[in-house]
Design a binder for this molecule. Sequence first.
Ligand code: SF4
Length: 539
Amino acid sequence: MATSSCRVLMVYPTFDAESFWNYAEVCKLAGARYPAAPLGLITVAALLPPTWDIRLVNRNTMDLTAADLAWCDMVMTGGMLNQQADALEVIALAKRHHKPVIVGGPDVTSSPHLYGAADFRVLGEAEGIIDTFVAAWEAGTRSGVFEAEKFQVDVTQAPLPRFDLLKFDQYLYIGVQYSRGCPFTCEFCDIIELYGRVPRTKTTPQMLAELDRLYELGYRGHVDFVDDNLIGNKKALKQFLPELALWLEARDYPYEFSTEASINLSDDSELLELMRRANFFAVFVGIESPDPATLVQTKKKQNTRRDLATSIHKIYSAGMFVTAGFILGFDNESESVADAMVELIEDAAIPVCMVGLLYALPNTQLTRRLAREGRLHPNHDVVPGGDQCTRGLNFDPIRPLRDILDDYKTILARVFDPVAYARRLDRLTTLLDRSRRPHDLPMGDLRRKFSSIEGVHRIVSQLPETREPFWQTFVHCAKTNPAALRYIVMLMALYLHLGPYARHVIGSIERRIAVLDRECAPLLPGTVEPFAAGIAGSA
Ligand code: SF4
Protein backbone atom coordinates (compact mmCIF):
# COMPACT_ATOMS: atom_id res chain seq x y z
CA MET A 1 0.00 0.00 0.00
CA ALA A 2 1.24 3.47 -0.89
CA THR A 3 2.62 5.80 1.76
CA SER A 4 2.92 8.96 -0.32
CA SER A 5 0.43 11.79 -0.17
CA CYS A 6 -2.05 12.81 -2.81
CA ARG A 7 -4.93 15.29 -2.70
CA VAL A 8 -7.96 13.71 -4.31
CA LEU A 9 -10.98 15.79 -5.28
CA MET A 10 -13.97 13.47 -5.62
CA VAL A 11 -16.71 15.08 -7.66
CA TYR A 12 -20.19 13.57 -7.88
CA PRO A 13 -21.83 14.78 -11.09
CA THR A 14 -25.34 16.22 -11.18
CA PHE A 15 -28.35 14.25 -12.22
CA ASP A 16 -30.47 16.16 -14.69
CA ALA A 17 -32.60 18.76 -12.90
CA GLU A 18 -35.65 17.36 -14.68
CA SER A 19 -36.01 13.91 -13.22
CA PHE A 20 -38.68 11.74 -11.63
CA TRP A 21 -36.24 10.92 -8.87
CA ASN A 22 -34.96 14.27 -7.61
CA TYR A 23 -37.99 15.15 -5.44
CA ALA A 24 -36.84 18.76 -5.39
CA GLU A 25 -39.93 20.16 -3.65
CA VAL A 26 -39.80 17.47 -0.97
CA CYS A 27 -36.16 18.31 -0.30
CA LYS A 28 -37.18 21.94 0.18
CA LEU A 29 -39.93 20.92 2.58
CA ALA A 30 -37.45 18.89 4.63
CA GLY A 31 -34.61 21.42 4.40
CA ALA A 32 -32.43 18.97 2.42
CA ARG A 33 -30.61 19.64 -0.84
CA TYR A 34 -30.86 16.28 -2.57
CA PRO A 35 -32.52 12.93 -1.86
CA ALA A 36 -29.55 10.54 -1.86
CA ALA A 37 -25.88 10.69 -0.86
CA PRO A 38 -23.08 9.43 -3.17
CA LEU A 39 -22.46 5.98 -1.68
CA GLY A 40 -20.24 4.81 -4.56
CA LEU A 41 -17.71 7.61 -4.19
CA ILE A 42 -17.47 7.32 -0.41
CA THR A 43 -16.87 3.58 -0.87
CA VAL A 44 -14.05 4.29 -3.33
CA ALA A 45 -12.69 6.89 -0.88
CA ALA A 46 -12.38 4.12 1.71
CA LEU A 47 -10.29 2.07 -0.73
CA LEU A 48 -7.64 4.77 -1.24
CA PRO A 49 -4.44 4.84 0.81
CA PRO A 50 -4.99 6.35 4.27
CA THR A 51 -2.19 8.84 3.59
CA TRP A 52 -4.18 10.39 0.74
CA ASP A 53 -6.24 13.49 1.47
CA ILE A 54 -9.82 13.40 0.18
CA ARG A 55 -12.28 16.21 -0.44
CA LEU A 56 -15.81 15.36 -1.66
CA VAL A 57 -17.91 17.75 -3.76
CA ASN A 58 -21.42 16.61 -4.65
CA ARG A 59 -22.49 18.87 -7.50
CA ASN A 60 -26.14 18.10 -6.68
CA THR A 61 -25.77 19.86 -3.33
CA MET A 62 -22.85 22.28 -3.63
CA ASP A 63 -20.68 24.16 -6.08
CA LEU A 64 -17.40 22.89 -7.44
CA THR A 65 -15.06 25.87 -7.11
CA ALA A 66 -11.82 26.88 -8.78
CA ALA A 67 -10.25 26.69 -5.31
CA ASP A 68 -11.26 23.01 -5.05
CA LEU A 69 -9.63 22.31 -8.38
CA ALA A 70 -6.52 24.31 -7.49
CA TRP A 71 -6.18 22.31 -4.24
CA CYS A 72 -6.15 18.82 -5.73
CA ASP A 73 -3.56 16.58 -7.35
CA MET A 74 -6.22 14.55 -9.15
CA VAL A 75 -9.96 14.60 -9.81
CA MET A 76 -12.04 11.43 -9.42
CA THR A 77 -15.52 11.41 -10.89
CA GLY A 78 -18.14 9.20 -12.51
CA GLY A 79 -21.63 7.91 -11.95
CA MET A 80 -24.70 6.56 -13.65
CA LEU A 81 -26.17 7.07 -17.11
CA ASN A 82 -28.26 10.04 -15.99
CA GLN A 83 -25.11 11.77 -14.73
CA GLN A 84 -23.25 11.31 -17.99
CA ALA A 85 -23.61 14.86 -19.29
CA ASP A 86 -22.25 16.40 -16.10
CA ALA A 87 -19.53 13.76 -15.68
CA LEU A 88 -18.21 14.77 -19.11
CA GLU A 89 -18.44 18.42 -18.03
CA VAL A 90 -16.43 17.66 -14.87
CA ILE A 91 -13.76 15.92 -16.97
CA ALA A 92 -13.55 18.97 -19.25
CA LEU A 93 -13.30 21.29 -16.21
CA ALA A 94 -10.49 19.24 -14.70
CA LYS A 95 -8.62 19.26 -17.98
CA ARG A 96 -8.99 23.04 -18.24
CA HIS A 97 -7.35 23.24 -14.81
CA HIS A 98 -4.59 20.85 -15.96
CA LYS A 99 -5.56 18.21 -13.41
CA PRO A 100 -5.42 14.50 -14.17
CA VAL A 101 -8.90 13.01 -14.05
CA ILE A 102 -10.00 9.47 -13.23
CA VAL A 103 -13.48 8.30 -14.13
CA GLY A 104 -15.22 5.21 -12.79
CA GLY A 105 -18.70 3.90 -12.06
CA PRO A 106 -21.50 2.17 -13.98
CA ASP A 107 -21.76 4.47 -17.01
CA VAL A 108 -18.07 4.44 -17.94
CA THR A 109 -18.08 0.68 -17.37
CA SER A 110 -20.97 0.31 -19.84
CA SER A 111 -19.79 2.94 -22.34
CA PRO A 112 -16.03 3.46 -21.92
CA HIS A 113 -15.73 4.93 -25.43
CA LEU A 114 -17.66 8.04 -24.30
CA TYR A 115 -15.07 8.90 -21.65
CA GLY A 116 -11.90 8.96 -23.74
CA ALA A 117 -11.15 12.53 -22.54
CA ALA A 118 -10.38 11.25 -19.02
CA ASP A 119 -6.76 10.35 -18.23
CA PHE A 120 -7.75 7.15 -16.46
CA ARG A 121 -10.81 4.96 -16.89
CA VAL A 122 -11.49 2.51 -14.07
CA LEU A 123 -14.00 -0.08 -15.28
CA GLY A 124 -16.02 -2.51 -13.19
CA GLU A 125 -16.25 -2.81 -9.43
CA ALA A 126 -13.64 -0.55 -7.79
CA GLU A 127 -12.65 -3.07 -5.10
CA GLY A 128 -11.29 -5.34 -7.84
CA ILE A 129 -8.96 -2.83 -9.47
CA ILE A 130 -8.31 0.28 -7.39
CA ASP A 131 -5.09 -1.08 -5.84
CA THR A 132 -3.70 -1.62 -9.34
CA PHE A 133 -4.57 1.95 -10.24
CA VAL A 134 -2.95 3.32 -7.06
CA ALA A 135 0.22 1.33 -7.68
CA ALA A 136 0.38 2.61 -11.26
CA TRP A 137 -0.13 6.20 -10.10
CA GLU A 138 2.59 5.79 -7.50
CA ALA A 139 4.92 4.46 -10.18
CA GLY A 140 4.39 7.60 -12.25
CA THR A 141 1.80 6.36 -14.74
CA ARG A 142 -0.42 9.24 -15.83
CA SER A 143 -2.97 7.59 -18.10
CA GLY A 144 -4.55 4.20 -18.73
CA VAL A 145 -7.55 1.92 -18.59
CA PHE A 146 -7.93 -0.39 -15.59
CA GLU A 147 -10.58 -3.07 -15.74
CA ALA A 148 -11.72 -5.32 -12.90
CA GLU A 149 -12.52 -8.93 -13.65
CA LYS A 150 -16.29 -9.22 -13.86
CA PHE A 151 -18.28 -10.37 -10.82
CA GLN A 152 -15.16 -11.44 -8.93
CA VAL A 153 -15.18 -8.87 -6.14
CA ASP A 154 -15.68 -10.43 -2.74
CA VAL A 155 -18.04 -7.92 -1.11
CA THR A 156 -17.30 -9.39 2.31
CA GLN A 157 -13.96 -7.58 1.90
CA ALA A 158 -15.57 -4.27 0.88
CA PRO A 159 -14.47 -1.44 3.15
CA LEU A 160 -16.66 0.55 5.46
CA PRO A 161 -17.77 3.55 3.37
CA ARG A 162 -16.36 6.95 4.42
CA PHE A 163 -19.68 8.23 5.84
CA ASP A 164 -17.64 10.92 7.60
CA LEU A 165 -17.22 12.70 4.25
CA LEU A 166 -20.99 13.36 4.06
CA LYS A 167 -22.94 16.31 5.38
CA PHE A 168 -25.98 14.35 6.55
CA ASP A 169 -28.35 17.31 6.69
CA GLN A 170 -28.01 17.75 2.92
CA TYR A 171 -29.84 14.48 2.21
CA LEU A 172 -33.30 13.01 2.65
CA TYR A 173 -31.73 9.62 3.27
CA ILE A 174 -28.39 7.84 3.45
CA GLY A 175 -27.68 4.68 1.44
CA VAL A 176 -26.01 1.44 2.45
CA GLN A 177 -25.49 -1.65 0.31
CA TYR A 178 -25.95 -5.25 1.42
CA SER A 179 -25.69 -7.17 -1.85
CA ARG A 180 -24.73 -6.88 -5.49
CA GLY A 181 -26.28 -8.83 -8.37
CA CYS A 182 -29.69 -10.30 -9.06
CA PRO A 183 -30.71 -13.85 -10.02
CA PHE A 184 -33.30 -12.81 -12.61
CA THR A 185 -32.89 -12.22 -16.35
CA CYS A 186 -34.93 -9.14 -17.30
CA GLU A 187 -33.94 -8.30 -20.86
CA PHE A 188 -33.67 -4.53 -20.37
CA CYS A 189 -31.67 -4.66 -17.12
CA ASP A 190 -28.04 -3.57 -16.85
CA ILE A 191 -27.60 -4.68 -13.22
CA ILE A 192 -27.07 -8.31 -14.18
CA GLU A 193 -24.51 -7.20 -16.78
CA LEU A 194 -22.62 -5.02 -14.28
CA TYR A 195 -22.87 -7.18 -11.15
CA GLY A 196 -23.85 -10.65 -12.35
CA ARG A 197 -26.66 -13.08 -11.60
CA VAL A 198 -25.23 -14.60 -8.44
CA PRO A 199 -25.99 -12.16 -5.62
CA ARG A 200 -22.99 -11.50 -3.40
CA THR A 201 -23.81 -10.36 0.12
CA LYS A 202 -21.88 -8.66 2.88
CA THR A 203 -21.66 -10.36 6.26
CA THR A 204 -23.93 -9.46 9.16
CA PRO A 205 -21.05 -8.00 11.26
CA GLN A 206 -19.95 -5.97 8.26
CA MET A 207 -23.43 -4.46 7.78
CA LEU A 208 -23.91 -3.78 11.44
CA ALA A 209 -20.48 -2.08 11.53
CA GLU A 210 -21.69 0.25 8.78
CA LEU A 211 -24.81 1.10 10.79
CA ASP A 212 -22.68 1.48 13.94
CA ARG A 213 -20.56 4.01 12.11
CA LEU A 214 -23.58 5.98 10.92
CA TYR A 215 -24.94 5.89 14.45
CA GLU A 216 -21.63 7.09 15.97
CA LEU A 217 -21.53 9.93 13.48
CA GLY A 218 -24.96 11.01 14.74
CA TYR A 219 -27.11 10.14 11.75
CA ARG A 220 -30.76 9.28 12.51
CA GLY A 221 -33.66 8.66 10.19
CA HIS A 222 -34.19 7.05 6.80
CA VAL A 223 -31.58 4.59 5.52
CA ASP A 224 -31.99 3.14 2.04
CA PHE A 225 -30.58 -0.28 1.15
CA VAL A 226 -29.53 0.61 -2.39
CA ASP A 227 -29.40 -3.03 -3.50
CA ASP A 228 -31.08 -3.50 -6.86
CA ASN A 229 -32.82 -6.55 -5.45
CA LEU A 230 -32.38 -6.93 -1.70
CA ILE A 231 -33.96 -10.40 -1.74
CA GLY A 232 -31.67 -11.83 -4.43
CA ASN A 233 -30.13 -14.13 -1.82
CA LYS A 234 -33.03 -14.84 0.53
CA LYS A 235 -31.16 -17.39 2.60
CA ALA A 236 -28.44 -14.90 3.57
CA LEU A 237 -30.96 -12.11 4.09
CA LYS A 238 -33.00 -14.24 6.46
CA GLN A 239 -29.91 -14.66 8.61
CA PHE A 240 -29.12 -10.94 8.56
CA LEU A 241 -32.56 -9.44 9.24
CA PRO A 242 -33.09 -10.87 12.76
CA GLU A 243 -29.71 -9.47 13.78
CA LEU A 244 -30.65 -6.13 12.27
CA ALA A 245 -33.91 -6.15 14.26
CA LEU A 246 -31.98 -6.80 17.50
CA TRP A 247 -29.53 -4.02 16.65
CA LEU A 248 -32.41 -1.58 16.12
CA GLU A 249 -34.22 -2.59 19.28
CA ALA A 250 -31.07 -2.11 21.38
CA ARG A 251 -30.84 1.49 20.11
CA ASP A 252 -34.55 2.34 20.22
CA TYR A 253 -35.05 2.24 16.47
CA PRO A 254 -32.83 5.03 15.12
CA TYR A 255 -33.46 4.00 11.51
CA GLU A 256 -36.29 3.15 9.16
CA PHE A 257 -35.36 1.34 5.97
CA SER A 258 -36.42 1.30 2.34
CA THR A 259 -35.12 -0.83 -0.51
CA GLU A 260 -35.84 -2.43 -3.90
CA ALA A 261 -37.05 -5.99 -4.24
CA SER A 262 -38.55 -8.28 -6.83
CA ILE A 263 -42.24 -9.05 -6.46
CA ASN A 264 -41.65 -12.62 -5.29
CA LEU A 265 -41.04 -10.98 -1.90
CA SER A 266 -44.82 -11.18 -1.56
CA ASP A 267 -44.67 -15.00 -1.77
CA ASP A 268 -42.52 -15.31 1.32
CA SER A 269 -44.45 -14.58 4.51
CA GLU A 270 -41.43 -15.30 6.69
CA LEU A 271 -39.32 -12.74 4.83
CA LEU A 272 -42.10 -10.15 4.97
CA GLU A 273 -42.35 -10.63 8.72
CA LEU A 274 -38.56 -10.33 9.12
CA MET A 275 -38.58 -7.09 7.14
CA ARG A 276 -41.44 -5.78 9.24
CA ARG A 277 -39.46 -6.48 12.41
CA ALA A 278 -36.37 -4.86 10.91
CA ASN A 279 -38.31 -1.61 10.41
CA PHE A 280 -38.60 -1.56 6.63
CA PHE A 281 -41.30 0.90 5.58
CA ALA A 282 -41.05 1.12 1.77
CA VAL A 283 -40.11 -1.14 -1.14
CA PHE A 284 -39.65 -0.28 -4.80
CA VAL A 285 -40.89 -3.09 -7.06
CA GLY A 286 -40.42 -3.30 -10.83
CA ILE A 287 -43.84 -4.29 -12.19
CA GLU A 288 -43.17 -3.01 -15.72
CA SER A 289 -46.35 -4.17 -17.50
CA PRO A 290 -49.84 -5.46 -16.75
CA ASP A 291 -49.59 -7.86 -19.69
CA PRO A 292 -48.24 -11.39 -18.98
CA ALA A 293 -47.18 -11.89 -22.62
CA THR A 294 -45.10 -8.72 -22.48
CA LEU A 295 -43.54 -9.82 -19.20
CA VAL A 296 -42.60 -13.18 -20.71
CA GLN A 297 -41.17 -11.51 -23.81
CA THR A 298 -39.00 -9.20 -21.68
CA LYS A 299 -37.94 -12.17 -19.54
CA LYS A 300 -39.55 -10.85 -16.36
CA LYS A 301 -41.22 -14.15 -15.64
CA GLN A 302 -41.23 -13.66 -11.88
CA ASN A 303 -44.05 -11.15 -12.44
CA THR A 304 -46.23 -13.66 -14.31
CA ARG A 305 -48.54 -16.40 -13.04
CA ARG A 306 -49.75 -14.15 -10.22
CA ASP A 307 -52.33 -11.52 -9.50
CA LEU A 308 -50.04 -8.50 -9.32
CA ALA A 309 -52.44 -6.37 -7.24
CA THR A 310 -52.86 -9.15 -4.67
CA SER A 311 -49.07 -9.50 -4.43
CA ILE A 312 -48.72 -5.78 -3.73
CA HIS A 313 -51.47 -5.91 -1.10
CA LYS A 314 -49.59 -8.70 0.66
CA ILE A 315 -46.59 -6.36 1.04
CA TYR A 316 -48.92 -3.66 2.39
CA SER A 317 -50.19 -6.09 4.98
CA ALA A 318 -46.59 -6.43 6.22
CA GLY A 319 -46.47 -2.67 6.85
CA MET A 320 -44.45 -1.54 3.82
CA PHE A 321 -45.82 0.70 1.12
CA VAL A 322 -44.82 -0.03 -2.44
CA THR A 323 -43.55 2.35 -5.09
CA ALA A 324 -43.40 0.76 -8.49
CA GLY A 325 -41.85 1.02 -11.93
CA PHE A 326 -43.83 0.63 -15.16
CA ILE A 327 -42.55 0.75 -18.72
CA LEU A 328 -44.20 1.53 -22.02
CA GLY A 329 -42.80 0.61 -25.43
CA PHE A 330 -42.23 -3.16 -25.26
CA ASP A 331 -42.34 -5.03 -28.57
CA ASN A 332 -45.54 -6.99 -28.11
CA GLU A 333 -47.45 -4.41 -26.12
CA SER A 334 -51.15 -4.43 -26.93
CA GLU A 335 -53.30 -1.52 -28.03
CA SER A 336 -55.14 -1.64 -24.73
CA VAL A 337 -52.04 -1.22 -22.57
CA ALA A 338 -52.97 2.26 -21.29
CA ASP A 339 -56.27 1.18 -19.75
CA ALA A 340 -54.78 -2.04 -18.40
CA MET A 341 -51.84 -0.23 -16.80
CA VAL A 342 -54.00 2.41 -15.15
CA GLU A 343 -56.42 -0.28 -13.89
CA LEU A 344 -53.56 -2.25 -12.37
CA ILE A 345 -52.13 0.85 -10.67
CA GLU A 346 -55.59 1.63 -9.27
CA ASP A 347 -56.33 -1.98 -8.21
CA ALA A 348 -52.98 -2.35 -6.54
CA ALA A 349 -53.39 1.13 -4.97
CA ILE A 350 -49.82 2.22 -5.69
CA PRO A 351 -49.57 5.97 -5.20
CA VAL A 352 -46.03 6.54 -6.52
CA CYS A 353 -45.59 4.96 -9.95
CA MET A 354 -42.56 5.62 -12.05
CA VAL A 355 -44.06 5.18 -15.52
CA GLY A 356 -41.32 5.55 -18.10
CA LEU A 357 -40.60 4.83 -21.74
CA LEU A 358 -38.47 1.79 -22.51
CA TYR A 359 -34.84 2.81 -22.76
CA ALA A 360 -32.27 0.50 -24.30
CA LEU A 361 -29.50 0.81 -21.71
CA PRO A 362 -25.96 0.25 -22.96
CA ASN A 363 -24.68 -3.30 -22.80
CA THR A 364 -27.92 -5.16 -22.09
CA GLN A 365 -29.61 -8.14 -23.72
CA LEU A 366 -32.21 -5.74 -25.12
CA THR A 367 -29.63 -3.42 -26.66
CA ARG A 368 -27.76 -6.34 -28.23
CA ARG A 369 -31.00 -7.69 -29.72
CA LEU A 370 -32.07 -4.30 -31.06
CA ALA A 371 -28.61 -3.82 -32.58
CA ARG A 372 -28.91 -7.20 -34.31
CA GLU A 373 -32.33 -6.17 -35.60
CA GLY A 374 -31.00 -2.81 -36.84
CA ARG A 375 -33.43 -0.85 -34.63
CA LEU A 376 -31.08 1.06 -32.30
CA HIS A 377 -30.81 4.77 -32.88
CA PRO A 378 -27.39 6.25 -33.55
CA ASN A 379 -25.92 7.64 -30.33
CA HIS A 380 -28.41 5.56 -28.32
CA ASP A 381 -25.97 5.60 -25.38
CA VAL A 382 -25.47 9.39 -25.31
CA VAL A 383 -27.67 11.10 -22.74
CA PRO A 384 -27.57 14.87 -23.03
CA GLY A 385 -30.21 15.31 -20.30
CA GLY A 386 -33.62 14.25 -19.03
CA ASP A 387 -34.53 10.73 -17.95
CA GLN A 388 -36.41 7.78 -19.40
CA CYS A 389 -39.66 9.74 -19.08
CA THR A 390 -38.58 12.39 -21.54
CA ARG A 391 -35.87 10.62 -23.53
CA GLY A 392 -36.98 6.98 -23.61
CA LEU A 393 -37.44 4.90 -26.78
CA ASN A 394 -33.93 5.32 -28.14
CA PHE A 395 -34.79 2.69 -30.77
CA ASP A 396 -37.48 2.02 -33.38
CA PRO A 397 -40.44 0.45 -31.54
CA ILE A 398 -42.77 -2.12 -33.09
CA ARG A 399 -45.99 -0.26 -32.26
CA PRO A 400 -46.35 3.10 -34.00
CA LEU A 401 -44.36 5.60 -31.96
CA ARG A 402 -47.24 8.08 -31.95
CA ASP A 403 -49.58 5.48 -30.39
CA ILE A 404 -47.08 4.75 -27.62
CA LEU A 405 -46.61 8.45 -26.89
CA ASP A 406 -50.38 9.03 -26.87
CA ASP A 407 -50.82 6.13 -24.44
CA TYR A 408 -48.01 7.51 -22.29
CA LYS A 409 -49.66 10.92 -22.03
CA THR A 410 -52.98 9.29 -21.15
CA ILE A 411 -51.44 7.15 -18.41
CA LEU A 412 -49.56 10.05 -16.82
CA ALA A 413 -52.59 12.33 -16.92
CA ARG A 414 -54.83 9.70 -15.29
CA VAL A 415 -52.36 8.38 -12.72
CA PHE A 416 -51.13 11.78 -11.53
CA ASP A 417 -54.48 13.51 -11.46
CA PRO A 418 -54.66 14.76 -7.83
CA VAL A 419 -58.02 13.11 -7.20
CA ALA A 420 -56.79 9.75 -8.54
CA TYR A 421 -53.60 10.05 -6.47
CA ALA A 422 -55.60 10.79 -3.32
CA ARG A 423 -57.95 7.90 -4.10
CA ARG A 424 -55.00 5.50 -4.19
CA LEU A 425 -53.72 6.94 -0.92
CA ASP A 426 -57.18 6.43 0.51
CA ARG A 427 -57.14 2.76 -0.50
CA LEU A 428 -53.62 2.41 0.84
CA THR A 429 -54.96 3.68 4.15
CA THR A 430 -57.18 0.60 4.32
CA LEU A 431 -54.41 -1.80 3.27
CA LEU A 432 -51.24 -0.63 5.04
CA ASP A 433 -50.93 -2.46 8.32
CA ARG A 434 -48.66 -0.43 10.59
CA SER A 435 -50.43 -1.64 13.73
CA ARG A 436 -47.46 -3.55 15.12
CA ARG A 437 -44.98 -0.70 14.65
CA PRO A 438 -45.48 1.87 17.35
CA HIS A 439 -42.06 3.54 17.03
CA ASP A 440 -42.04 7.25 16.37
CA LEU A 441 -39.59 8.78 13.91
CA PRO A 442 -36.29 9.38 15.72
CA MET A 443 -35.26 12.89 16.69
CA GLY A 444 -33.19 14.38 13.91
CA ASP A 445 -35.10 12.53 11.16
CA LEU A 446 -35.68 15.15 8.46
CA ARG A 447 -39.08 13.62 7.66
CA ARG A 448 -40.41 14.95 10.97
CA LYS A 449 -40.52 18.35 9.27
CA PHE A 450 -43.37 17.35 6.99
CA SER A 451 -44.98 14.19 8.41
CA SER A 452 -47.65 16.12 10.28
CA ILE A 453 -50.81 18.15 9.95
CA GLU A 454 -48.63 21.25 9.32
CA GLY A 455 -47.01 19.29 6.51
CA VAL A 456 -50.40 18.77 4.86
CA HIS A 457 -51.13 22.50 5.19
CA ARG A 458 -47.90 23.32 3.42
CA ILE A 459 -48.51 20.74 0.69
CA VAL A 460 -52.06 21.83 -0.15
CA SER A 461 -51.17 25.52 -0.01
CA GLN A 462 -48.45 24.89 -2.59
CA LEU A 463 -50.76 22.87 -4.84
CA PRO A 464 -54.33 24.14 -4.31
CA GLU A 465 -55.80 21.43 -6.58
CA THR A 466 -54.86 18.88 -3.91
CA ARG A 467 -56.67 20.72 -1.09
CA GLU A 468 -59.98 18.86 -1.03
CA PRO A 469 -58.90 15.33 -1.96
CA PHE A 470 -55.81 15.35 0.26
CA TRP A 471 -57.65 16.67 3.33
CA GLN A 472 -60.38 14.06 2.85
CA THR A 473 -57.75 11.34 2.71
CA PHE A 474 -55.96 12.76 5.73
CA VAL A 475 -59.15 12.76 7.81
CA HIS A 476 -60.04 9.24 6.66
CA CYS A 477 -56.60 7.94 7.59
CA ALA A 478 -56.56 9.79 10.94
CA LYS A 479 -59.90 8.20 11.85
CA THR A 480 -59.37 4.69 10.58
CA ASN A 481 -55.64 3.97 10.54
CA PRO A 482 -53.67 6.58 12.52
CA ALA A 483 -50.59 4.34 12.61
CA ALA A 484 -50.29 4.80 8.83
CA LEU A 485 -50.81 8.56 8.90
CA ARG A 486 -47.25 9.77 8.67
CA TYR A 487 -46.60 7.55 5.63
CA ILE A 488 -49.73 8.80 3.92
CA VAL A 489 -48.56 12.38 4.54
CA MET A 490 -45.06 11.49 3.26
CA LEU A 491 -46.64 10.21 0.07
CA MET A 492 -48.70 13.39 -0.19
CA ALA A 493 -45.45 15.35 0.07
CA LEU A 494 -43.99 13.35 -2.82
CA TYR A 495 -46.89 14.57 -4.96
CA LEU A 496 -45.42 18.08 -4.67
CA HIS A 497 -42.79 16.81 -7.08
CA LEU A 498 -44.71 14.11 -8.93
CA GLY A 499 -47.79 16.13 -9.92
CA PRO A 500 -45.88 19.00 -11.56
CA TYR A 501 -43.27 16.60 -12.96
CA ALA A 502 -45.96 14.49 -14.66
CA ARG A 503 -47.34 17.67 -16.25
CA HIS A 504 -43.83 18.60 -17.38
CA VAL A 505 -43.38 15.18 -19.01
CA ILE A 506 -46.77 15.41 -20.71
CA GLY A 507 -45.69 18.78 -22.19
CA SER A 508 -42.44 17.25 -23.38
CA ILE A 509 -44.28 14.31 -24.97
CA GLU A 510 -46.72 16.68 -26.69
CA ARG A 511 -43.78 18.50 -28.26
CA ARG A 512 -42.33 15.19 -29.36
CA ILE A 513 -45.67 14.25 -30.93
CA ALA A 514 -45.84 17.64 -32.68
CA VAL A 515 -42.43 17.01 -34.26
CA LEU A 516 -43.56 13.55 -35.30
CA ASP A 517 -46.75 14.90 -36.87
CA ARG A 518 -44.79 17.51 -38.79
CA GLU A 519 -42.40 14.86 -40.06
CA CYS A 520 -45.28 12.69 -41.20
CA ALA A 521 -47.30 15.51 -42.79
CA PRO A 522 -47.00 15.80 -46.58
CA LEU A 523 -44.94 18.79 -47.62
CA LEU A 524 -47.24 21.54 -48.83
CA PRO A 525 -46.15 23.91 -51.59
CA GLY A 526 -44.30 26.79 -49.98
CA THR A 527 -43.39 24.86 -46.80
CA VAL A 528 -39.73 25.62 -46.21
CA GLU A 529 -39.20 24.85 -42.54
CA PRO A 530 -36.51 22.21 -42.10
CA PHE A 531 -37.91 19.38 -40.00
CA ALA A 532 -36.14 18.03 -36.96
CA ALA A 533 -33.68 15.33 -37.80
CA GLY A 534 -35.00 12.66 -35.50
CA ILE A 535 -37.49 12.02 -32.77
CA ALA A 536 -34.91 10.70 -30.37
CA GLY A 537 -33.24 14.06 -30.08
CA SER A 538 -36.31 16.24 -30.15
CA ALA A 539 -37.76 16.19 -26.70
S1 SF4 B 1 -35.47 -8.15 -11.05
FE1 SF4 B 1 -34.69 -6.03 -11.23
S2 SF4 B 1 -32.47 -6.14 -10.82
FE2 SF4 B 1 -33.20 -8.24 -11.24
S3 SF4 B 1 -32.82 -8.58 -13.43
FE3 SF4 B 1 -34.94 -7.82 -13.22
S4 SF4 B 1 -34.83 -5.56 -13.44
FE4 SF4 B 1 -32.73 -6.34 -13.03
